[in-house]
Ligand binder design. Sequence first.
Ligand code: FAD
Length: 412
Amino acid sequence: MSELTRERARDGRRIVVVGAGMAGVQAAVALREQGFTGDVTLIGAEAHQPYDRPPLSKAVLLGKAETSAFEVDFAALGIELRLGREATGLRPGDHELDTDAGAVPYDVLVVATGAEPLRLPGERDTPGVHLLRTLDDAERLRPVLARQHDVVVVGAGWIGAEFATAAREAGCSVTVVEAADRPLAGALPAEVAAPMAAWYEDSGAVLRTGARVERVEDGAVVLDDGSRVPAGAVVVGIGARPATGWLAGSGVALGAHGEIVADDHLRTSVPDVYAVGDCASFPSGRYEERLLVHHWDNALQGPRTVAANIVGDVPAAYDPVPYFWSEQFGRFVQYVGHHAPADTTVWRGDPAGAAWTVCWLREGRLVALLAVGRPRDLAQGRKLIESCVPMDPALLADPARPLKKATAAAGD
Ligand SMILES: Cc1cc2nc3c(=O)[nH]c(=O)nc-3n(C[C@H](O)[C@H](O)[C@H](O)COP(=O)(O)OP(=O)(O)OC[C@H]3O[C@@H](n4cnc5c(N)ncnc54)[C@H](O)[C@@H]3O)c2cc1C
């Protein structure tokens, strides 16, 4: 008997992870890191070796990197990979996952099926209309950039901005049409997003706000005011929704956006089934509201809690300070925490400049910040958010003062 076989004999449970993106891979790896010795099977719908998504709108899109495959030796970790295999249903009473290649029994199931991009109403597989979620999408878009088409990007969100950045770098002429009156309308308040509109123009892209797409025709996008925007290619970046349609009828509770409603231990409403990553929301004790986070760091941190709850004796709660970054128009944009409309905004620096930060305070304590080109603010801010230290707003507003020296105690 090999050492691995002997080890694994100690825990007879069979764990199945469905969805082989960041959250699924991290769940499988974390189980091994935390000493789980039973069977781990990782099932993923895509045929590619599991890969990371952020490079798809950056280096992979521009051909600066061929792949973003995770550097994980699944065989050495004793993780069985079943790729190109789609989950089609779940029968919790039988402890079985249905897939397009038959049923898979489990003792514990981790659902990490991520999110799928929203499409324009009525649009499906129209030639020249692209999404940007998968490696296949990025590979289809590379020649579009290389041919330097006129590109219309629908949606000025995170993906739209990153794609527009890459397309301008590749020499395409770019028009971004956005139904709201500003970029990132769903994510940031008007005063914070307003300076970002100028980034599009500075890069040579045209940003048309208040512009709703009526339909896509051959060679053009038609807006609801009747105007036609010439388009050699169209890229749709209007958001994503949890990929949970396959759970219909399973008894797993879903929320208004189709997200799995997990508890603070990332358990679903069904016994022995956990959910993590873009597909699931969780109750944040820290922010006292349920969060549905579609960012990479959540798909890294959440699986560690899931693994701890599967392996350990003491239940572990998931209560992260959310974090994400975006690289757009030559800027490094980072956000940490979570803010609400009623929070107080404090600016550090001039938003017309190259580097600035916005902080959000609640009852004098930092709850979130957005840093543009100021990674040190981000690093210090994260610690201040975690420790709930009271801040001095006047000191905070001085961009020359390190954030960690803007606490109320520093002002005394
Ligand atoms: C182009 C792009 C750029 C991004 N850039 C950034 C960034 O700069 N910063 C940042 O913080 N975040 C970024 N993100 C977000 C980040 O990548 C996601 O939050 C993260 O990938 C979520 O991981 P996940 O494993 O939960 O979901 P996913 O990455 O979506 O993985 C889920 C996997 O499950 C598979 N699956 C779905 N349904 C089934 C089924 N029924 N059966 C089997 N398998 C199934 C899917 O094929 C997929 O491979 C970016 C996302 C994209 C698309």
